[in-house]
Ligand binder design. Structure first.
Ligand code: 13P
Ligand code: SF4
Length: 360
């Protein structure tokens, strides 16, 4: 079986990939590039031959993100692209729940994930059976579920949300159902952070993102002391104490927009490590400070296994059609909501730091 190393770094490959090299050269060594560039050229050729697109999450490494991603973005953006795409094959450069979401939205397409073990600590924190029990305990309350969940959890859900639109979804659902309490699962920290931005009472599950839960307020305060002018942007999967001492909280796409629009002189992104590398390629005037945590699941995806996914049509992600049908409704309800506003600076949240959630 070809492992991708048979593709040579020819002058033609070098010329074709030169614009990409310019983007990634601060994060990839010339030696690595001689191996990566031929794979990138071959992956891009295979995509055309097979009518495939690659949906790449913001946490992919720069050579994937800039080199082979056709659509790049946060969970919300990728879900929308999956729904719109005309391609026959979707390769998900991300984790398993993202590939399931693509399959749910595009049942007629072949959805491939380069490594079936690319999971997520949030997705594995809860099952469909758990959600059925929660609904028995809280009859008549709507269930809003973060997209970082398996298809069987989405099938038990009223409306999905992402970190980009969670407040908006919770408020919309509470109004539509005429209730003052909403179940928001499974990320406890996202739920706590949403609770600080709304009058709707939140019932939460104790799931955690293993990447973001590790950041502490002490980390941020130390940084602030060393770099007093740095702007601190944190992901809402971080503990509330982290967001309280940050300047801004938002999804990965919102952080990206913040940097590209406001062009801060110095910035720190409190999230997964590849995020800063990817934004930095498009923000030459900003200096990125780089405390970060790696997501071991996202890092299972490589150029090599993306190439193998396309070359050998593996690994196909399937979802039981009966589950997919119900899960589609909850994802589609989210997609059909009006576009979320990029949140303003985080002062509003700081002002309401005593709002609590009910833990299931
Ligand atoms: P977003 O890209 O939607 O902000 O999600 C971050 C994440 O952790 C995805 O796994
Ligand atoms: Fe899951 Fe966190 Fe990794 Fe995202 S970063 S895939 S939420 S473990």
């Amino acid at each position: 079986m070809a492992d991708g190393s048979q593709f040579a770094f020819t002058p033609a490959v070098e010329a074709a990939t030169l614009p990409l090299w310019e983007k990634v050269k601060h994060h990839v060594t010339p030696m690595e590039w001689r191996l990566q560039a031929p794979l990138i050229a071959e992956i891009n050729r295979l995509k055309r031959e097979k009518d495939a697109v690659i949906l790449a999450h913001n946490y992919m490494t720069p050579e994937i993100f800039h080199g082979v991603g056709d659509y790049v973005g946060d969970s919300l953006g990728l879900a929308k692209e999956a729904a719109k795409s005309d391609a026959k094959i979707i390769v998900q450069a991300g984790v398993h729940f993202m590939a399931e979401t693509s399959k749910i939205l595009s049942p007629g397409k072949t959805v491939l994930i380069p490594d079936l073990l690319a999971g997520c600590s949030l997705a594995s924190s809860i099952t469909g059976a758990d959600v059925r029990l929660i609904k028995q305990r809280y009859p008549g309350l709507p269930v809003v579920t973060y997209v970082n969940t398996t298809a069987d959890v989405k099938a038990e859900t009223d409306v999905c949300c992402t970190s980009a639109n969670a407040v908006q979804v919770v408020e919309h659902v509470a109004k539509e159902w005429g209730v003052d309490r909403v179940i928001l699962i499974p990320d406890e920290f996202l739920a706590r952070n949403v609770a600080r931005q709304t009058d709707v009472k939140i019932i939460a599950w104790q799931g955690r993102c293993e990447v973001h839960e590790r950041f502490t307020a002490a980390d941020i305060l130390e940084l602030r002391e060393a770099y007093p002018n740095a702007e601190v942007l944190a992901h809402p999967e971080c503990p509330a104490e982290v967001l309280e001492v940050s300047d801004f909280a938002g999804s990965t796409a919102a952080m990206n927009d913040y940097v590209l629009q406001r062009k801060p002189k110095q910035v720190v992104l409190i999230t997964e490590c590849s995020m800063a590398d990817n934004v930095a390629a498009d923000a030459p005037e900003t200096e990125f400070l780089r405390p970060c945590n790696l997501c071991p699941h996202m890092k299972r995806i490589s150029l090599q296994n993306i190439y193998e996914a396309l070359a050998y049509d593996r690994y196909e992600v399937t979802v039981d059609p009966a589950i997919a049908e119900r899960a589609r409704l909850s994802v589609q309800r989210m997609i059909d909501l009006p576009p979320p506003l990029i949140p303003a600076r985080y002062d509003l949240v700081k002002a309401r730091h005593h709002v609590d959630v009910e833990l299931i």
